[in-house]
Every structure is written in C-alpha cells, then in structure tokens.
Design a protein around this ligand. Structure first.
Ligand code: PFF
Length: 465
C-alpha cells in the first residue's frame, strides 16, 4: 500500500517531547495493576518463590517481543491495525489480524477498569479512616462487602472510564506526560518505604522466605508447565505486549535512540515495582495470617493491615492507593489511546467522535465485571467459585496477549512478514544499545514453539484437570 494513502502517517503524527517522556509513558503503560495487584496474587497462587524465579526467566524471554512492538510502531508511524498493512510484503494478509489490537484492548479494559475502580474507592476509604481499627478478619470482610455493593463498583468503574477518556480527549502529550512523571516517582518512593515497614512486622521472615526461597517440591505440586504458563502470561501482561499498546508508543517515538536500550529500561523499572510489591505483600500476609493464595483480593485484604499498624496509617494508606490509582490510570489511558487511534486511523473517525463512542462502549462492556460480585455473582464461567473477572482475565492473559505476541514475533522474524533485516534496521536506528543478533535462532525457532506449547498447557490446566 502506498504511503500517501495511509491516514495519520508521519507528517500528521504528534511526537513525544523528550526521551524521558517516552520512557515514562511506556513505563506508565507497563506499570500498573499487573505489578501490584496481579503479580502478587498469581505468585501466591503458584507457590511463591519458584513462580518468581520462572517469571524472571520469562521476562527476559518475552522482552524481545516488546522491542518488536516498538519497532513495528516506529517504522510505520501507525497503530497495530494499519502498521501490519503498511509493513507486510505484497500479497500477504497479516493485516487481517489487526483487529486483535481493538478486541484485546476492549477485553482488557472490561476488567481493568473495575479493579482500577477498587484502587480509587480505597483512596477514599483509607483517607476517611473507614478501615481504621479493624482486625485482619474485619479487613477481609470489608473488602467482601465492597465487592458485594453494585453501586460502589459501578461508581469506581465509571470514574475510571471518565478520567481515562477525558485525558485522551485532551491529547497524548499534554494530557499524559505531565501527570505520569510526577505520580510514578511518588509511587517508587512510597513502595521502598513500605517494603521497609513490611519487613519489620512480626513473622515477616516466613513471608520473605515464601517469596524468595524456592521450594522445589512445589514444582511437582503445581506442575512445572503450569507454573511456566502462568509465568509467561504474567510476563506478557506486565510488559503490555500483544495488543499493540507498545506499538502506539513506538509510533510516537523519534528515531534518535535505538529501541533495545529503551525497552530494557522500561522492563527494568516494571520488574522493580513488581518485586517490591511482593516484598510488601508476602511478609504482611504471614504476619497477619492472610492466605497468600487468596486470589484477586489479595492486596486489598493485606495492605490495610499494614497501614493500621503504622503511625499516620490513614495518610500513608490513602497516598499508596492514590499513587496506585494513577499507575493503573496511566495503563488505562494507554489502552484507551490504542482504541481511539485504531478508530481514527482505520475507520477515519474524527477523534472527538471516537472518544465519545468508545467511552460508552467501554463503560457498557465493563458492567458485567463490575457487577460480577453482586448482581451477576451467579455467573461462574470457569467453574464454581470463579467470577466474570477471572474469565475476562483468562481471555486476555492466557489467550490474546500470548497469541498477539506470537503474531509480532512471526511478523518480525519471518521472510513472509516484515522480516528480520527490516526489523534489525529499525530497531538499531539511533544511539544506544543494539539488538543482540545471536537471538535470531531463538526468536525464529524456539520462542514461537514455547509460546504455543505453554498456551496449550494453559487450556489443559484450566479445563481438563
Ligand atoms: N502492563 C499493564 C499492567 O501491568 O497493569 C497491563 C497492560 C496494559 C497489559 C496495556 C497490556 C496492555 F496493552
């Protein structure tokens, strides 16, 4: 397809202001609920330290795909929907899979907005001392009551959707860059302080060893491949790879810096936040007698106990949830931007109309998850005790992200796609770390099969056990 036919191509694209701006925005997209909410509860569910170890391996394994997403975005200056079309060789139909960006983004937001809502609600509860003086069982009950209140759930989710789309309506750079910079720094500092506090709690040592000392027996308890599957899915989730969100950031990036170095920075920051979150949660779990495998509510039934045990706990608690709300919102905004630019570029829809349409669309489709613990609690798609949230998370984390990641991988490595040479040329353009050439064999022949094998394992684990 000729360049001049592509709407939103180079000339019209808003560039990011600074290198720091790009790094923080991409880090803002990567760092979110995946690090502080999902990582701890999956770690708890899959045996602690052995999961962490395998997860770290998979972060390295998946990182090249994040770089590929950046490269596809920067080379095409387009969102995933049109990037494949622009870069694919004549006669191929990679672009027929561009809708993955839209479908994946919607599915992710269908539960992400609800959980971000929980963060917002907890800012309020913490700030007004609603959890003050409760014992650990009381903190657990409080969370369950919050879940069971449909009005509270809808309000939290609605505020999330409204803020996210309002920021997008203001434009990429003006809206996001400023806010994210400030909040991310705050979150990093507060996490370090909370680690120190959590490690000083009584019985913190048992939690730290659950989290950091691998117990190899657990591989046989959980099944080695199942642990690998969960670790791979978490790696995709936390790095935001597979639905073209990073492709968007690549498309706004100037060509002065090579992409590998930037990706290493982003993944490093992202991993740091996740590991810190674990160091806060698990010592506290063991100290307050909270079950590490408690599931998606884990941080909400653990953290308030820490704040209750601190001087000025109300203040620190509110601050923590405010920073977390912003970290989650920066991921929400990135994904909304992905959705909006898809419609602007692919459907040539005016930006304002796209914002209005998708605000309504995302809000409506987020309702099932928001009501999944009250009005719709009878819906248990993954078997008894499961929720709509679990099901939507399964669709995204076990399906769309790994398969979308596989798509980028094949596109960049295969001669019948964009191809290795074009990828290398783009990725190494600019100053900074160069992409390691020796990874070619691994990326072409090993990683795709690994993803497929673990994808199948995930299904066996879920449905045939
Ligand atoms: N990486 C985000 C998190 O850890 O919360 C989640 C996410 C955002 C996944 C954007 C995928 C994505 F495209």
């Amino acid at each position: 397809m000729a360049n001049d036919l592509i709407p939103g191509s180079k000339a019209g694209r808003e560039m990011l202001g600074s290198r720091l701006g790009f790094l923080l925005l991409s880090a803002g997209c990567a760092i979110g609920l995946g690090n502080v909410w999902r990582f701890p509860f999956i770690t708890g569910a899959y045996g602690g330290a052995i999961f962490v170890l395998v997860y770290l391996v998979f972060l390295f394994a998946i990182l090249p795909i994040m770089i590929m997403e950046f490269a596809v975005g920067r080379a095409s200056r387009l969102n995933m929907g049109l990037a494949l079309e622009k870069l694919e060789p004549h006669g191929t139909r990679w672009d027929s899979l561009g809708w993955v960006a839209l479908a994946g983004s919607y599915l992710l937001m269908m539960f992400y907005t609800t959980v971000t809502g929980w963060m917002l609600i907890y800012c309020w509860y913490m700030g007004f001392g609603s959890l003050e003086g409760l014992n650990p069982a009381g903190v657990g009950n409080f969370f369950n009551q919050t879940l069971a209140d449909p009005m509270v759930q809808i309000i939290g989710m609605t505020i999330t959707v409204a803020i996210g789309f309002a920021v997008c309506a203001m434009g990429v750079r003006r809206g996001v860059e400023r806010i994210v910079k400030f909040m991310m720094m705050g979150l990093l500092l507060l996490l370090v302080a909370l680690v120190a506090r959590s490690l000083m709690l009584p019985n913190a040592g048992s939690g730290a060893s659950f989290y950091l000392m691998p117990d190899w027996k657990k591989f046989s308890d959980f099944g080695f491949l199942n642990v690998c599957n969960a670790a791979m899915n978490q790696a995709f989730f936390t790095l935001s790879v597979g639905i073209g969100a990073m492709c968007i950031f690549g498309s706004y990036q100037p060509k002065e810096r090579s992409l590998t170095g930037e990706a290493v920075w982003i993944a490093g920051l992202d991993t740091f936040v996740g590991l810190m979150a674990g160091l806060i949660i698990f010592p506290a779990c063991f100290s307050f007698g909270v079950e590490p495998g408690a599931g998606p509510g884990l941080i909400f039934v653990t953290l308030p106990n820490i704040f209750n045990s601190m001087n000025f706990g109300k203040f620190w608690g509110a601050l923590f949830f405010i920073f977390m709300a912003f970290a989650s919102l920066s991921s929400v905004i990135a994904v909304f931007e992905n959705i909006i630019s898809y419609s602007v570029d692919c459907w040539r829809m005016p930006r304002k109309r796209a914002v209005a349409l998708h605000m309504l669309g995302v809000w409506l489709l987020s309702l099932p998850c928001a009501l999944g613990f009250s009005t719709l609690a009878f819906v248990t798609p993954l078997g008894s005790g499961s929720s709509i949230l679990d099901f939507e998370d399964f669709l995204v984390s076990n399906n769309i992200l790994p398969l979308g990641g596989l798509l980028f991988l094949l596109f960049c490595c295969s001669r019948r796609g964009w191809g290795w040479n074009s990828f290398i040329q783009e990725v190494d353009m600019g100053a900074g770390l160069k992409f390691p050439r020796f990874l070619r064999g691994y990326l072409t022949y090993v990683l795709p099969f690994l993803i497929l094998i673990l994808f199948v394992t995930g299904y066996i684990d879920k449905f045939w056990k």
